[in-house]
Design a protein around this ligand. Structure first.
Ligand code: PEP
Ligand code: MG
Length: 872
């Protein structure tokens, strides 16, 4: 196997072997662009290094040294030569760019003798010593892991002795002092003198870059961005060019279009007489790239021409690094530039309009996560410095927010103020508080926990399952894993897209949805096959979802309609009722609310299906558990405290998620089904009379046996029909079920003979297939990821092999007996890209997800259809 490639050998399609940077450098060489020559040690060599217990095998060493002699021939320079030494940079470069996550060593090849002699023959000896001190510090830091601040301290000391503020003001003699002190410090720290042999320096630097693949920040970045640990990084060894050689030299970074807005204008900055790190270090303020035209018009023109060449060649916005050495321009890197959601959409649309890419390519290029960014507030990057990361939880509902910590919604003094609700876990009673707060942070609970589901529905930012936090409700404080104590009223900020929790107030910026977004999404709709519906329980959410392009409601969780203060009272009355007639009387009081809410949904979804799921959660969830609340409720309901306590006790279950819930409730209390059926039907009748096109789909939850379904259908259908008859209205309605119990999937042919539609409730189906509680699994799943037992959360990304197999079986069985059956998915997976692809490939009819995920689902459905067509 070949492990080392000259830049003359590779091309842009070899990213898996050469890493992104190496592949693009090779591509630029083949385009004849001015790239300093070099070679790439492949990602496979990195994997081999780990396989060989962190050593580089002799055949790879031979390949590297062969390339060094090729490089010597090409440049006419030599490693260790006193008058014309070859100096190289050693940089990481994985398959996808991981900016700043791994290590780099510059100016490699310098040693005491080279520096002494070479500085005697060049015009600018100061520059040689400056390069050497940078090299020693980088090598000590990157290769040896010595504390770089010890070196900084020396530099600062010399600067203060010389009374200068800027490194650039140190004279050659000052730098000689710095170098000598650095060498002493290095020897003290290492026990050995700084390595003088360039080949040894090189091999050590390559190994260090390989090791940096597994440094903490790189691992963290990979986890955040779903980059497999198994890829490894390549290492690029490249002839150094110097932007800090003299005043005719400089260095900079530029994007071919504006990465924040997408505007088709060169965007970037540069510094004269500086090395790359100076541009990012912030000590000197770089100049706008366009002003290079005044300083060096020829270089600027050449650079603009190269930008065009690269953009046309890659057919995408490029992010480039360049250096000018003595008026000669070099390109050090090009890659597809990272961009904001707004820029991603604008650039994609513009590139189609410019004839550079097809609509399909445009859709394939925009990451759903970026689209998400467009729909939510994000942190104002200039304000990020105001926050300090104090914890990380699950990125449960995207967006960014800040607010004062509040542990109990009743403690909110001013509803217009900014709050973050911090709870062990939320319960349905928190719903009002959740609506008031800017963000929600919970200690417990996974991606399908109450907090996560409700927050996503409302479009409120939420971080959940932040297990490292400890809440002390007595002292109203929150303590982080690193013992930082946050008090009620202190500001924290949440990033619901990354799961980060910050101490402090980080300002946010509103999303901006422009005309390009509409154009882009219309392309997605033209191509996709799956319908996209939404999970919404009220008119407001349904409206948002319609605006985002949802074509119907795939899941209305009717229990969410009961939590309003007045409604919950009547609902509780129903729960504590001892007789059917008492229960019916309480239900009569609830019926008008339900009917009203259903009418809202029908109106918003005029012409589209509205899937209404009948009551699902166990009843005990609706009753209070604190002593004082129980006493108040007993008083309000005019029952004794002991009666109420007995009732609550009688509803308690060891495994409520597998207990008296879903269709089981309706079977034991058919009067609940009757009330809900009446509410749906009467709402539909009234809407029809108002000229609205109504398509009610009644959905029975948690069916495991066809007889459960039949029993309830036999209540619902005759009642619905008789009401229609009574009101002289005709309309089509459907009765279907959720498939969320493995047995239902396995007996789908029996159920499909009776049902008009199936909706896969993948939250429960995942819970029951794995036997993982969806509310508690986050407690141990982190350990599963760390130990690589799981790569990701099965409650977020559908487990294709297990849960997916059940869906496949159910789909085939259902269609075998009822070819017209409508099949969809309404668990949280309905808004997740890979799960949507699975649904597309299986030929389901629709996916349903929370309103703010609708555009992402539309895009994912389009991508899935494109990939399917490409594979045909
Ligand atoms: C499900 O189980 O996937 C589902 C959508 O229902 P819920 O989350 O309300 O249990
Ligand atoms: Mg469910």
């Amino acid at each position: 196997m070949k492990y080392v490639y000259s830049f003359k050998e590779g091309n842009k399609d070899m990213k898996n072997v050469l890493g992104g940077k190496g592949a693009n450098l090779a591509e630029m060489v083949s385009l004849g662009l001015p790239v300093p020559m070099g070679f790439t040690v492949s990602c496979d060599a990195c994997l081999k290094y780990y396989e060989d217990e962190m050593s580089i095998s002799s055949n790879i060493c031979d390949e590297i040294f062969l390339q060094i002699s090729e490089l010597e021939k090409h440049t006419g320079k030599k490693f260790g030569d006193y008058t014309n030494p070859l100096l190289v940079s050693v940089r990481s470069g994985a398959r996808v760019s991981m900016p700043g996550m791994m290590d780099t060593v510059l100016n490699l090849g310098l040693n005491d003798l080279v520096v002494e002699k070479f500085s005697g023959v060049v015009d600018n000896p100061r520059f040689i010593y400056d390069s050497y001190r940078r090299f020693i510090q980088m090598f000590a830091d990157v290769v040896k892991g010595f504390d770089r601040s010890l070196f900084e301290e020396i530099l600062d000391k010399v600067k203060s002795e010389k009374d200068v503020a800027d490194d650039a003001m140190l004279s050659v003699d000052d730098l000689k002092v710095v170098v000598a002190l650095f060498l002493d410090l290095y020897e003290k720290l290492d026990g050995d003198y700084f390595p003088q042999d360039p080949k040894e320096q090189l091999m050590e630097a390559i190994k260090a870059v390989f090791r940096s693949w597994n440094n903490e920040r790189a691992i963290f970045y990979r986890k955040m961005n779903d980059i497999p640990d198994s890829w490894g990084t390549a290492v690029n060894v490249q002839e150094m060019v110097y932007g800090n050689l003299n005043n005719d030299s400089g260095t900079g970074v530029a994007f071919t279009r504006n990465p924040a807005t997408g505007d088709n204008k060169l965007f970037g900055e540069y510094l004269m007489n500086a090395q790359g790190e100076d541009v990012v270090a912030g000590i000197r303020t770089p100049s706008d790239i366009t002003t290079l035209n005044d300083v060096m018009p020829d270089c600027y023109k050449e650079f603009c021409d190269i930008c065009k060449v690269l953009e046309n060649h890659y057919r995408d916005m490029q992010d480039m690094e360049f250096t000018i050495e003595n008026k000669k321009l070099y390109i050090l890197q090009t890659r597809s530039g990272k961009r904001t959601g707004a820029a991603a959409v604008k650039i994609a649309v513009d590139l189609v309009n410019e004839g550079l890419i097809t609509k399909e390519e445009a859709l394939m290029r925009v990451d759903g996560k970026l689209l998400d960014q467009l729909l939510h507030k994000t942190f104002d990057t200039s304000s990020l410095k105001n926050g300090k990361v104090i914890a990380k939880g699950l990125a449960a509902s995207p967006g960014a927010s800040y607010g004062k910590v509040v542990f109990d919604v009743n403690d909110i003094v001013n509803k217009d103020d900014d709050y973050i609700l911090v709870k062990l876990e939320t319960s349905p009673e928190d719903i009002e508080g959740m609506a008031i707060c800017n963000g929600i942070l919970t200690v417990r609970g996974g991606m399908t926990s109450h907090a996560a589901v409700v927050a996503r529905g409302m479009g409120t930012c939420c971080v959940c399952g932040c297990e490292e936090l400890v809440i002390d409700s007595a002292s109203k404080t929150l303590t982080t894993g690193s013992s930082i104590v946050v008090k009620e009223g202190d500001y924290i900020s949440l990033d619901g897209s990354t799961g980060m929790v910050y101490l402090g107030k980080i300002d946010t910026v509103d999303p901006a949805i422009g005309g390009d977004f509409k154009t882009f999404m219309s392309w997605a709709d033209d191509i996709k096959k799956l319908e996209v519906r939404t999970n919404a329980d009220n008119g407001r959410d349904a409206r948002v979802a319609r605006d985002f392009g949802a074509c119907g409601i795939g899941l209305c969780r009717t229990e969410h309609m009961f939590f309003d203060e007045e409604r919950i009272f009547n609902f509780r009355k129903m729960i504590v009722a001892d007789t059917v007639s008492e229960r019916e009387a309480a239900l009569e009081l609830i019926l008008p609310y339900q009917k009203h809410d259903f009418m809202d949904l029908f109106r918003e979804m005029d012409g589209y299906p509205v899937t209404i799921r009948f009551l699902d959660p166990p009843l005990h969830e609706f009753l209070p558990n604190k002593e004082d609340e129980i006493a108040t409720l007993a008083n309000d309901l005019s029952v004794s405290v002991s009666f109420l306590k007995n009732k609550i006790d009688s509803l308690k279950e060891f495994n409520p998620m597998m207990g008296h819930r879903g269709c089981r409730l309706s079977i034991t209390y058919p009067e609940i089904v009757a009330m809900q059926t009446k509410a749906v039907c009467l709402a539909a009748i009234e809407c029809v009379k108002d000229g609205i096109s109504v398509k009610p789909h009644i959905m029975i939850p948690l069916v495991g046996d066809v007889n459960e379904f039949k029993y309830l259908k036999d209540i619902i259908a005759p009642l619905f029909d008789s009401l229609l008859l009574e009101h002289n209205v005709s309309l089509d309605y459907k009765i279907g079920t959720m498939i969320e119990i493995p047995r239902a999937a396995l007996t789908a042919d029996e159920i499909a003979k009776e049902a008009d539609f199936f909706s896969f409730g993948t939250n429960d189906l995942t819970q029951m297939t794995y036997g993982f509680s969806r509310d508690d699994a986050s407690k141990f799943l982190n350990c599963y990821y760390d130990k690589k037992i799981f790569l990701n959360d099965p409650f977020v990304r559908l487990d294709i092999n297990g849960v997916g197999e059940l869906i496949k079986i159910a789909t085939a069985k259902a269609r075998s007996v009822n070819p017209k059956i409508d099949l969809g998915i309404c668990g949280e997976h309905g808004g997740e890209e890979t799960s949507i692809k699975f649904c597309n490939d299986l030929g389901l009819n629709y996916v349903s997800c929370s309103p703010y995920r609708v555009p992402i689902a539309r895009l994912a459905a389009a991508k899935a259809a494109i990939m399917e067509n490409d594979n045909k």
